[in-house]
Design a binder for this molecule. Structure first.
Ligand code: FE2
Length: 399
């Protein structure tokens, strides 16, 4: 037995109009101040007004949501008593909303109760349905079972990667009206998050036929439309397809899991607060090369990425597998340059001294990440040091 969990997905222009069909009258909107100021919350509340739904707004979400913010949101949510919880925003907002939801349904729970073995969480939705509306095209949180929460432990911010299949939102409304205003750098960062989900998820140890289908299409769309969305932010076709691609990638990796790029990206983000998409985007070619160098006879990365290169027309079907698979790395590097994403960690504003000072902590956080266990090739401590160092210096992985 395997599984593929998915929300009900409504996508494309005017997807917000689907609110007319969603039962429920009282909406608890989780969002952030920036989105309120940009007028995005008003776009949503105008629709809710149109369809006769009332609402309360919780706009205190900050980047890398802290456990305390989720608890605060839970209290406000219980006070209001909604039958719909709406997360309108990027990954931090949607994770906060997904965290508030189970705490509203089970007020005695804390975030440590969000784990795959908690059977109660399969029954979410008795008090409220959960609706995720992404405003960026990358995180995939609108389609996944995961909630990333920051917690301060012994003066170090750690990122808890909580997950349960019951936390998959009831509905995802993927309306391209929201990402259209994203600036180029955010478009590139979030687009690379979606690409990292796709290229990690397609070789992860939990990969499966359903996730493969989603991830293949997501990769095709991202390579085609991310450069267009970055060059011409108002290009509606590119925005719409990038928004769909991010949700497809979310569906895919949500059911297969990300691996080393996300273990290292979460670790890096926890220590240096580099935006998530930028972190995992920089790591992507390095961890892919590392997996392609796997000396194990039963390695899966080369055949999978070789097939991918051939399916996308980057190599001929008769071409050598290793050579074809390496084209994927070259394509990722070329895309980084095309959208002005940093190609090495030295370019994200962290000094070598800070890297070396924090190396033990970075590696310890990688080993605490569930993503480490999802990799087709497992690094030890020395290998992680070499991976961080090469990614910092921009050196190819030859081990
Ligand atoms: Fe991610």
């Amino acid at each position: 037995m395997w599984y593929f969990f998915s929300p009900n997905i409504i996508y494309g222009e005017d997807a917000l109009d689907f609110f007319e069909n969603i039962p429920g009258k009282k909406c608890f909107i989780v969002t952030d101040k920036n989105l309120e100021d940009l007028g995005y919350v008003k776009i949503l509340t105008d629709k809710l007004d149109k369809f006769g739904k009332s609402y309360a707004i919780f706009s205190e979400v900050k980047p890398d949501p802290h456990e305390e913010d989720i608890i605060k949101g839970k209290e406000k949510c219980i006070e209001y008593g909604p039958d719909l919880i709406i997360g309108l925003g990027g990954g931090s907002v949607m994770d906060t909303a997904k965290g508030i939801w189970p705490l509203y349904e089970y007020p005695n729970y804390g975030v440590d109760d969000f784990h795959p073995f908690n059977m109660d969480l399969y029954n979410l939705g008795n008090k409220a349905k959960m609706i995720a509306i992404p405003t960026t095209s990358g995180t995939g949180a609108e389609a996944t079972w995961a909630v990333v929460i920051s917690r301060l432990e012994k003066d170090v911010w750690i990122k808890l990667e909580q997950a349960h299949k019951g936390l998959v939102p009831t509905y995802s409304i993927v309306d391209p009206i929201f990402p259209t205003g994203m600036p180029k750098s955010l478009t590139a960062d979030t687009g690379f998050d979606a690409l990292a989900h796709s290229l990690e998820g397609i070789v992860s140890v939990w990969r499966n036929e359903f996730s493969d289908a989603m991830l293949l299409k997501a990769i095709e769309l991202i390579f085609k439309y991310l450069p267009i969305a970055c060059k011409d932010p108002s290009n509606q076709e590119a925005r719409d397809y990038m928004h769909q691609a991010a949700t497809m990638a979310g569906l895919g990796f949500g059911n297969s899991q990300a691996h080393l790029g996300h273990a290292m990206g979460h670790s890096w983000g926890a220590v240096f607060h580099t935006p998530h998409g930028k972190s995992v985007g920089v790591f992507l070619p390095y961890i892919t090369q590392y997996c392609l160098n796997n000396p194990e006879e039963n390695d899966v990365t080369i055949p999978i990425l070789s097939k991918l290169a051939k399916q996308l027309g980057w190599a001929k079907w008769e071409d050598d597998d290793k050579k074809s698979a390496m084209i994927v790395v070259e394509k990722v590097k070329a895309l980084q340059k095309e959208v002005d994403l940093p190609t090495k960690l030295a370019d994200v504003g962290v000094s070598r001294e800070d890297l070396e000072k924090n190396m033990d902590l970075l590696i310890s956080l990688c080993f605490q990440s569930a993503c480490t266990t999802m990799s087709p090739r497992s690094p030890n401590k020395d290998t992680y040091i070499k991976l961080f160092t090469c990614a910092y210096e921009g050196k190819d992985i030859d081990f």
